[in-house]
Design a protein around this ligand. Structure first.
Ligand code: AMP
Ligand code: ZN
Length: 113
């Protein structure tokens, strides 16, 4: 999608601090970190929200989930972390391109705000 900021990041139009990249996914540091370590993991394919994931995206989503522990290890998150997806209005999703927040290096609270 031409006006999607994360599509622009995925195709290199907007530079980011990349943590991991392959042909299907990209991970980069969040511009407004909410923890000492805060990275985003996105599919390069434009999928607006978790609600829009289809059966055919199953392998892509599994690929993201399987990379989480590698990215966490790379970032030194040896004492745990939080993986978050904000979906839609109530989930307070601000960028309508599917992404997962990986946060760490501080103790999280529960329930989330
Ligand atoms: P969400 O509120 O779940 O949609 O999260 C969107 C996230 O994208 C926020 O944490 C923003 O700080 C982050 N973000 C927006 N634009 C950029 C950018 N150009 N580079 C890095 N992170 C960004
Ligand atoms: Zn997009």
């Amino acid at each position: 999608m031409s006006d999607c900021i994360f599509c622009k990041i995925a195709n290199g139009e907007i530079p980011v601090n990349v943590v991991y990249e392959d042909d299907r996914i990209l991970s980069f540091h969040d511009a407004d970190p909410q923890a000492p370590v805060h990275v985003l993991i996105i599919p390069k394919k434009h999928i607006p929200t978790m609600d829009d994931v289809t059966e055919e995206d199953g392998e892509l989503i599994a690929h993201i989930m399987l990379k989480v522990k590698d990215i966490a290890k790379e970032l030194g998150l040896n004492n745990g972390y939080r993986l978050v997806n904000n979906c839609g209005e109530d989930g307070f999703q601000t960028v309508k391109h599917l992404h997962f927040h990986l946060l760490g290096k501080r103790r999280m609270t529960w329930p989330p705000g």
